[in-house]
Design a protein around this ligand. Structure first.
Ligand code: B12
Ligand code: SF4
Ligand code: SF4
Length: 270
């Protein structure tokens, strides 16, 4: 990997990054690439990176691990604002950053680029941080060779241990229901069986059961990125939610479905 890229990421405490030719990625949304100011036909490389978020809270909470700090989408936006100009001046080609609302299938691309293995829980699992990592990517018109990629590299996904723990602990599998994380994020009135489902597993937002049961997530390293270490909510209650200013609420991952959704879930758990 080239030195300039390494310096830019390490400066942000991002230790895991890699690059692969764009034709190795499953590009699903060329319109998203266009909207970011790149010509999809000219994009040649995807630079993938992992943002670890795990912090040992020592408490079982009703907010999923990924949503305890401020929303990672904010972190990614701020990160891109800092590093895209640095990349532009270092390489003099066009770059655009994405995370989650992405034109590519992220877990597959990250696994192919060697940042971890693909779990049976559908997640990317890194050797040090486990699956408690967000995936981001920067697409560029720069040629893969610019970033020091070996042209003979094989881009094949490696798979996890296949121990089956995630499936055994997954509410979706046990109760023949949709993913619990998805259900907690659905707006509006829920059918009775989904209300019962939320109550049974005690989650107000998200679900971690296919991750906490995974042996590859034992003794993982904590994130060193300050953004994820502060402003944490492990257990949310209605009083705290009601007292939260709109400005504070907007910074939370659970705000994207508005107050009514998370409040509905908290009422179910009362
Ligand atoms: C839509 C989405 C969701 C949906 C659907 C999940 C899913 N697996 O498809 C919901 C809301 C349920 C969800 C939940 C979560 N998500 Co999500 N999600 C995405 C998103 C935006 C797209 C994924 C996608 O397109 N899937 C649909 C199909 C077409 O993709 P596919 O992989 O080719 O399909 C295979 C599997 O996904 C599976 N599948 C298809 N549909 C569904 C639905 C469910 C419920 C499951 C379990 C599997 C599954 O079957 C397919 C064939 O093998 C990605 C970001 C991105 N742009 O890639 C983040 C992403 C996968 N999510 C992420 C996270 C953190 C989570 C949660 C852990 C959050 C939480 N704690 O609640 C859970 C984990 C659930 C799980 N085990 O997958 C991270 C994962 C990071 C990592 N280490 O891999 C991503 C990469 C976002 C990011 N930038 O970091 N997510
Ligand atoms: S997030 Fe929960 S419900 Fe969804 S796949 Fe993982 S364990 Fe199953
Ligand atoms: S629990 Fe086992 S099967 Fe599931 S992702 Fe982890 S190693 Fe793979």
């Amino acid at each position: 990997m080239c030195k300039q890229l390494k310096n830019i990421f390490l400066n942000e405490k991002i230790e895991y990054f890699s690059a692969i030719p764009i034709n190795e990625c499953n590009v699903r949304r060329t319109d998203v690439i266009e909207r970011a100011g790149l010509d999809p036909s000219k994009v040649k490389t995807a630079i993938l990176f992992l943002v670890p978020y795990y912090v040992e809270d020592n408490t079982i909470g009703n907010i999923s691990l990924y949503a305890r700090s401020y929303d990672y989408h904010y972190y990614m936006d701020e990160l891109f604002e800092r590093i895209i100009p640095e990349l532009n001046s270092a390489f003099n080609v066009k770059f655009a950053g994405f995370a989650d609302k992405s034109p590519i299938e992220e877990t597959e691309a990250a696994a192919k680029s060697g940042l971890g293995v693909r779990g049976k829980n559908y997640l990317l699992i890194n050797q040090e941080y486990g699956s408690y990592v967000f995936i981001g990517e920067i697409l560029t018109e720069g040629d893969p060779s610019l970033f020091g990629i070996d042209p003979n590299e094989e881009y094949k996904e490696k798979m996890c241990l296949d121990c089956g723990n995630c499936k055994k602990s997954c509410p979706m599998e046990k109760d023949k229901m949709p993913c619990l994380s998805f259900v907690t994020q659905q707006k509006g009135q829920l059918p009775d069986e989904q209300i019962e489902y939320i109550r049974k597993y005690g989650s107000a937002w998200g679900c971690d059961l296919c991750q906490t049961s995974c042996p590859l997530n034992k003794n993982v390293k904590e994130t060193q990125i300050d953004f994820f270490r502060v402003n944490r909510i492990v257990n949310l209650d209605i009083k705290t939610l009601d007292q939260m200013s709109d400005e504070e609420f907007k910074k939370r991952a659970f705000s994207w479905r508005k107050r009514e959704t998370i409040k509905r879930n908290l009422k179910i758990l009362q």
